[in-house]
Design a protein around this ligand. Structure first.
Ligand code: ADP
Ligand code: GLC
Length: 505
């Protein structure tokens, strides 16, 4: 069967010129190796995992042959068979590669097993106190070296990719190392977050046994330190990031963390492609985690989810009071400090807040301290809970996401799909996916949320008050919900843009 797809290529492209209306057929099938340090549902700390599972799924639907390679952490949630594939030796490490399937998908995952480096409990990057594992440079450089062996099929699997698609700093050495190989696959490096760069002191360089020619200021060196992310930015054939606005932002000092010049220099090969979401996983019509399923045509059925959420988190059950939800890593990026500053005034307003998250211990403590004074208004749940996250998306009226920066952001898209109005700051992917509610956008039925500009608690509070006003106008609110639920956040368009990029290298 020959499947066709005609994606719309839009202004999402910065610098890069791609054919305006490519048509794909399965005869265009490419072998693509996805390199990532997390993949949902095997392991997830954030949106990287969601994207590294939902994008490959979308590409398979477009007829591509995909393998995903990730480290074999002990906490991987594999389902079904995990088969031994092959062994290799790098330096003094014996590495086994296992094969399994990403649950609920046809996608093959190759698991890099090196117990002396990856056999650590919990989070892939940090210990239980939030401190990075001391040997992260060694762990992820070994992971990259294995990915390169696989990409060059030195493991003799009879499968050599056309494209190696790397994600974030943990895979940054792959394009660098592959650049030294003859007959190598083409490389793509996707930046999900410039704030995490994989920077290590110069002393580790020697112990990693990296080829000397990569170590120079135009290569992996960044002000005397080893930079994994530079490996991707300097050496990949193409660089992408996860929204058009973020692609522009990272070329400025505010968001580029010292790499803005390099990114601007490579802007001909840099493109922002907005993430899609897994529309099966995040679908209020079939979501197994919520108490009442609903669609845009049965919006009143959303309400029982609000009562269930209020009950579940011990807030007074009240369908009149607007319920704000927030699900997040508790880090500065997400504007948590602004929320903390606003809380004393928020509790004076007719609203409730449920926040689910974990991360920075100081933020956790401050949030809990304030919440304990107002148990009828604010509930803070310090946890990582996938199922509760779904109920919060379905049960809240408003989803709060006042990020200081946000490369893409997924929750604002999940919430729109659930008829939960996002309140966001105008940055990165939030700016690209939420339409502010203004007279024009109300009239033309494009309004889907509340957007504010300045990164301070005053602006956030104003936006909250504006939200409460809008909420009190039932007709407008319902129209916003309808607009939001009717938006297409599927991967269809964006996956096709990645395909166009693969074709274009
Ligand atoms: P980021 O990757 O920067 O954390 P995203 O919005 O792209 O931000 O993705 C975050 C993902 O992680 C979403 O799927 C969100 O629901 C999930 N998530 C974050 N914190 C939690 C938590 N405490 N419990 C459950 N899910 C969470
Ligand atoms: C990062 C970003 C987030 C993005 C996610 C997936 O973690 O912080 O904005 O949605 O990656 O691309």
């Amino acid at each position: 069967m020959v499947e066709q797809c005609n994606p719309t290529i839009s202004s999402h492209y910065i610098g890069l010129r791609l054919p305006s209306n490519p048509t794909y057929t399965v005869t265009n099938m490419k072998k693509i190796l996805f390199v990532s340090s997390e993949v949902y549902p095997l392991i997830k700390t954030g949106g990287l995992a969601d994207v590294c599972s939902s994008l490959p799924k979308a590409l398979v639907e477009l007829g591509q042959d995909i393998r995903v390679i990730i480290p074999k952490y002990p906490s991987l949630k594999t389902v079904g068979e995990v088969q031994f594939l092959c062994s290799l030796r790098i330096d003094n490490h014996l590495i086994n590669i296992f094969e399994t399937q990403i649950p609920d998908s046809p996608i093959i995952a190759w698991l890099v097993d090196c117990p002396d480096l990856f056999n650590l409990p919990g989070n892939p990057y940090v210990d239980e106190k939030g401190i990075p594992w001391v040997n992260n440079a060694e762990r992820f450089s070994l992971f990259c070296r294995v990915a390169v062996e696989v990409a060059m099929d030195k493991v003799n699997r009879g499968w050599k990719p056309d494209i190696v698609h790397c994600n974030d700093w943990q895979s940054g050495l792959v394009p660098a190392l592959l650049s030294l190989e003859k007959n190598r696959p083409k490389t793509i490096f996707t930046i999900h977050n410039m704030a995490y760069q994989g920077l290590f002191p110069v002393e580790v360089v020697r112990s990693l046994n990296l080829p000397g020619q990569l170590w120079n200021p135009n290569g992996l060196e960044f002000y005397g330190m080893l930079s994994f992310i530079k490996g991707g930015i300097v050496y990949a054939d193409r660089i992408t990031t996860v929204s058009p606005t973020y692609a522009l932002e990272i070329q400025t000092p505010e968001f580029g963390y010292g790499l803005e010049g390099l990114l601007a220099h490579r802007s001909e090969h840099l493109v922002g492609i907005i993430n899609g979401i897994d529309t099966n996983e995040w679908n209020s019509e079939i979501d197994p985690h919520i108490s009442q399923r609903y669609t845009v045509d049965s919006l009143p059925d959303k309400l029982p989810n609000k009562s269930e959420l209020q009950r579940r988190v011990n807030l007074p059950v009240n369908d009149q009071v607007p319920l704000f939800g927030l699900i997040s890593r508790l880090v500065e990026q997400k504007g948590i400090d602004m929320i903390i500053e606003c809380l004393p005034e928020m509790v004076e307003l007719p609203m409730q807040l449920v926040l689910l998250g974990n991360g920075d211990k100081d933020f956790e403590r401050q949030l809990q301290n304030i919440a304990s004074l107002y148990p009828d208004k604010i509930v803070i749940i310090i946890d990582y809970n996938e199922s509760l996250a779904h109920l919060i998306e379905a049960g809240s009226d408003v989803f709060l996401m006042p990020s200081r920066f946000e490369p893409c952001g997924l929750n604002q898209m999940y919430s729109q799909r659930y008829g939960t109005i996002p309140l966001v700051r105008k940055t990165g992917g939030l700016a690209d996916t939420v339409v502010d509610t203004l007279p024009d956008s109300i009239d033309n039925h494009s309004a889907t949320g509340i957007v504010f500009k300045e990164a301070n608690s005053g602006a956030l509070l104003e936006a909250i008050k504006r939200t409460l006003l809008l909420y009190s106008n039932h007709a407008t609110w319902q129209q916003m919900q309808t607009n939001a639920m009717n938006k297409d956040f599927s991967w269809r368009n964006s996956a096709a843009q990645y395909l166009a990029l693969y074709d274009n290298i």
